[in-house]
Ligand binder design. Structure first.
Ligand SMILES: Nc1ncnc2c1ncn2[C@@H]1O[C@H](COP(=O)(O)OP(=O)(O)OP(=O)(O)O)[C@@H](O)[C@H]1O
Ligand SMILES: O=P(O)(O)OC[C@H]1O[C@](O)(CO)[C@@H](O)[C@@H]1O
Ligand SMILES: [Mg+2]
Length: 440
């Protein structure tokens, strides 16, 4: 069970400098819309969860609120900031970079901001990457484009060398924008910073189109990515309904978590089956997926199947599970296997079929953020700047149940966020598709 120690946020030291934002904060009080800096946000949100703890209200585990502080740790005029983006692309990366730069420059008066190129390798001299000076002019309109102006990469880098680079450039604050791997990398950087007795804040903005970072409502860019995915599902549905025995099969990203598959299915009434990593399924046999699909194609003439890339990995026999440069398991291609098995199964049953396969893959994550995600990215960037200027370190900023909070990095990587097969989301998917609770 999560306790106080798991939620404790590290600071570099006392905040002794008046924040340039202090005047605006004077009238603030905790309301439905904001939480003042010395208040706390409850971790549990049901009576039963809080009740199980058996402690008075004041001792319930709680999170530090995000947002601006009256007093800050860093002197803006003497503060130098670094920004890096790592891991796979996600809509909104440029929005976050832009938000960080604008907040630092315009509201705190920080003048020296550099971007490290191509993920953590941008710190390592051997790669010969330049650093990029970032200013409001440089980041103007970068949010119109997908991707990241800084570039990104996978692959392990030596944290000692990363901190060498931070020291060489006299960086006081490092913002890391990335997923679980990036946060793990940042924790290594924090460890080395500590060993060297340096006062450098490391603050993360969590990024994952898979929405697999725990304790946060939804990651930025997820809404954009899942909206893009709905286009492919709709196209699959049009194809399926326009041909005898039409089967539209769509493979969507989602290594270990099927959120994109679930939400993009719920957005439109197009899909008949959703297969995700969290819910194992039998393929063969009377209660298996293929027989169910055959019956549906015979009864209704068409079907649409959405499969998350991490689903049904146990069915892929020939696959040698290697790892990518960052150590992430390389998955077998469930989409192509399903296409072959569906075609063979319908052929064997002498059911006329036209299987159309869609793999939108990178297309859903390389687009610019939609307006909702852009606004969300900007608010996350603001929260990250407030946290860092107040000397918070080894934290990510996140929105949890509508509140912006500081989550210790260790907690953010302690587990993965999954679709709960017994939870409300999966229940909605079952209701929307009408598929059986289990294929077994
Ligand atoms: N276990 C780890 N320990 C230290 N550093 C790591 C670890 N895993 C990854 N990293 C560093 O973080 C970077 C990004 O990691 P990774 O490629 O796994 O992407 P990610 O941040 O998890 O994003 P996503 O999975 O959403 O694409 C890597 O290039 C590597 O430098
Ligand atoms: O091919 P790449 O760039 O390594 O990224 C693919 C992976 O990145 C993600 O988009 C995020 O981790 C996964 O859904 C996907 O498996
Ligand atoms: Mg990852």
């Amino acid at each position: 069970m999560i306790g106080h120690e798991d939620l404790a946020v590290r600071t570099l030291g006392p905040c002794r400098i008046d924040s340039p934002l202090a005047e605006r904060l004077a009238a603030r009080e905790t309301t439905q819309h904001s939480v003042v800096e010395d208040d706390r946000i409850l971790f549990d949100d049901t009576l039963s969860m809080a009740g199980v703890r058996g402690v008075p209200v004041g001792q319930l585990p709680s999170l530090e609120p995000g947002g601006p502080r009256q007093r800050i740790y860093f002197d803006p005029a003497k503060t130098r900031v670094g920004i890096v983006t790592c891991g796979g692309l996600c809509p909104g990366l440029n929005d976050v970079i832009r938000g960080l730069v604008l907040e630092l420059c315009r509201h705190y008066g920080v003048r020296r901001i550099v971007g490290f190129r191509n993920g953590y390798r941008g710190f390592i001299p051997h790669y010969g990457e330049d650093v990029v000076d970032l200013s409001p002019e440089v980041v103007q309109h970068i949010d119109d484009e997908g991707g990241t102006i800084l570039g990104t990469s996978r692959g392990m880098q030596d944290p000692e060398e990363i901190v060498d680079a931070l020291e060489r450039l006299a960086i006081n604050i490092l913002f890391v924008i990335g997923g679980d791997g990036t946060i793990r990398g940042a924790m290594e950087v924090v460890r080395v910073i500590g060993e060297r007795g340096l006062k450098i804040a490391v603050v993360g903005v969590p990024k994952t189109i898979d929405n697999d970072i725990p304790y946060i409502d939804q990651s930025f860019g997820f809404q954009t990515a899942m909206s893009e995915a709905t286009k492919s599902i709709h196209a699959a549905s049009v194809e399926a309904r326009s041909a005898p025995g039409g089967v539209g099969l769509v493979k969507l990203m989602g290594r270990h978590s099927g959120f994109i598959a679930c939400y993009s299915t719920l957005a439109k009434d197009d899909a008949d089956y959703v297969l995700i990593p969290e819910v194992p399924f039998a393929l063969q046999g009377e209660g298996g997926f293929l027989e169910h699909l055959r019956r549906r194609v015979e009864d209704r003439g068409h079907a649409v199947v959405v499969v998350a890339e991490g689903a049904g990995q146990e069915h892929i026999e020939e696959h040698e599970p290697g790892r990518d440069a960052s150590g992430n398991v390389r998955l077998g291609d469930i989409g192509r296997l399903m296409r072959r098995l569906i075609t063979e199964h319908l052929d064997d049953a002498k059911v006329e079929n036209n299987v159309r396969y869609f793999d939108p893959s990178y297309a859903i994550r390389s687009v610019p953020a939609n307006p909702y995600d852009s606004a969300y990215c900007l608010r996350l960037a603001h929260a990250a700047v407030h946290a860092a200027m107040a000397g918070r370190t080894e934290v990510i900023v996140a929105r949890r149940r509508r509140r912006f909070v500081h989550i210790p990095m260790a907690l953010a990587v302690s587990r993965r966020n999954h679709v709960d097969p017994l939870g409300d989301l999966w229940m909605s998917v079952l209701e929307a598709t009408g598929q059986p609770v289990r294929f077994e």
